[in-house]
Design a protein around this ligand. Structure first.
Ligand SMILES: *Cc1c(COP(=O)(O)O)cnc(C)c1O
Length: 464
């Protein structure tokens, strides 16, 4: 198994990024519950034949869809060790928790947070954003809200984020019972950053209407175009208005590791909470999300529970309080910290930062290649590692949607789509440390071929 998966990683370039799943392969996953044991070798053979070739392909250097990390063999091996230990990191006195606490200390150091800040591994930024909303809610309403609910307070809490924010912010408001209608979507400026003046006006208007502004979610690296909100300006407003300042830095926050990019996140050190993923730009295998909260005591008071079977002691295995289960909704938790600890040590912060910087250099290279090609058109500024462009033609939305599907099905490159100013864009998010210039060249070349073939086909259909 180890040989096969290392071979897969070594030779991934020779394989298509993605391929359509043949019907018979899909059908082989419609079996009744097995009653008897099967031979491990034959199960592994099924994995090699039916599973390995048909994943989404984000380990492949040609994968540029959504925002997916590439993973590393170091992370993979650490994950194997973690599975062997089968540690449950909900709590108790065990060294795996010290590994997690070590990573928490590194994260505090990276973002310039105090020793009293708390941190927690979670599935991903969606969960981290939810935890941040819940802690901010406790900050505004007090811990009694945990028993009495929001309605009892009679307050109408309002949150703010930009039109470029990820949908998980609205989802967090929904799941927290505050309601996604209580999230004001603030327009963006020409750089796709939150419009600061519009944000101030929205807060002022809500206050005068008797509502309670409690939470601003700025984004460091928007998912559509990679914009970074003016974090210093947002921090200033949050401080003045006494509103929680959260940063959704799902992929962008780790730009702190890259010397030339870090200054663009100025203001992040003033955040009340930061959500980000080690599994995106950090190249740690899925899943490894993280939430950092400046006020660790408040974070603890938002989730800690006095259940008798979770009683803490000063000696024995039940020592070592507070436990991670006091900082989020999960009681049983895997050892996500181990693959992160391995990754950070094996590569070092500088090299991880270099890989992040390289993806932004490649994005500029892609931007320049688009600008050199008259048939292609850039659709948004390239702030980080995300490039939105399209093939120029009539019926551009339909043609470009087809170009993306053709690219994905060809196995050459796998961008995804988004909508920019009402136009369908081919969106390339370069996240994988394996991606190089040749992958960018292949993307451009194939997009040109598929684009002109769609245009020709349309012209032929018209003549007929
Ligand atoms: C990916 C992403 C998320 C969601 O993170 P998950 O780890 O997929 O839950 C949230 N916000 C932004 C800006 C993202 O890029």
């Amino acid at each position: 198994m180890l040989d096969d998966i290392l071979d897969y990683t070594e030779h991934i370039r020779e394989q298509p990024v993605w391929q359509r799943i043949p019907r018979p392969v899909r059908d082989r996953f419609r079996q009744p519950l097995p009653q008897k044991p099967a031979n491990l070798g034959s199960i592994h053979n099924q994995f090699m034949r039916d599973i390995l070739p048909y994943s989404v392909g984000n380990a492949h250097p040609g994968f540029m869809g959504w925002v997916h990390g590439g993973g590393t063999p170091v992370g993979m091996l650490a994950e194997m060790l973690a599975a062997g230990l089968n540690a449950n990191l909900g709590g108790r006195d065990q060294i795996p928790l010290e590994v997690e606490r070590q990573v928490v200390r590194w994260v505090r150091e990276l973002f310039g947070f105090p020793d009293t800040a708390s941190g927690l591994f979670v599935t991903g930024t969606s969960m981290a954003n939810l935890i941040a909303v819940l802690v901010a809610r406790t900050d505004t309403l007090g811990t009694s809200v945990r028993r009495q609910g929001i309605a009892a307070t009679g307050k109408r809490l309002m949150a703010y984020t930009s039109a470029g924010a990820h949908s998980s912010i609205a989802q967090a408001m929904d799941l927290a019972g505050l309601g996604s209608d209580r999230l004001r979507i603030i327009p963006v400026n020409q750089q796709y950053q939150i419009d600061i003046q519009a944000l101030e006006e929205a807060i002022a208007k809500d206050k005068s209407a008797g509502l309670t502004p409690f939470f601003i979610a700025a984004t460091a690296g928007t998912v559509d175009v990679g914009a970074i909100d003016d974090l210093t300006a947002v921090a200033g407003i949050a401080q003045r208005e006494k509103v929680w300042f959260h940063v959704d830095g799902a992929y962008g926050a780790l730009a702190m590791l890259a010397r030339d990019l870090a200054p663009r996140l100025a203001g992040i050190e003033r955040a009340d909470s930061i959500a980000f993923d080690f599994h995106k730009w950090g190249q740690v295998p899925y899943d490894a999300g993280f939430v950092l909260v400046r006020d660790g005591t408040l974070h603890h008071r938002t989730f800690a529970s006095p259940a008798a079977y979770l009683r803490r002691e000063t000696r024995g295995m039940a020592a070592g309080s507070p436990w991670p289960c006091d900082f989020g909704p999960d009681l049983s938790r895997g050892f996500r910290a181990l693959k992160t600890w391995f990754t950070i040590q094996a590569y070092g912060a500088e090299k991880l930062g270099d890989a992040i910087a390289k993806t932004c250099v490649l994005a500029q290279y892609l931007k320049q290649s688009i600008e050199k090609e008259p048939a292609l058109e850039l659709l948004a500024p390239v702030a980080l590692n995300i490039v939105c462009f399209r093939y120029r033609c009539e019926h551009a939305d339909e043609v470009n949607r087809n170009i993306v599907a053709d690219l994905q099905e060809s196995g050459i490159a796998a961008p995804s789509t988004t909508t920019v100013n009402g136009c369908l864009a081919i969106r390339a998010a370069i996240v994988n440390h394996r991606t190089g210039r040749n992958d960018i060249d292949a993307l451009i070349q194939a997009a040109m071929v598929f684009g002109s073939s769609h245009v020709n086909r349309r012209a032929k259909a018209c003549r007929a």
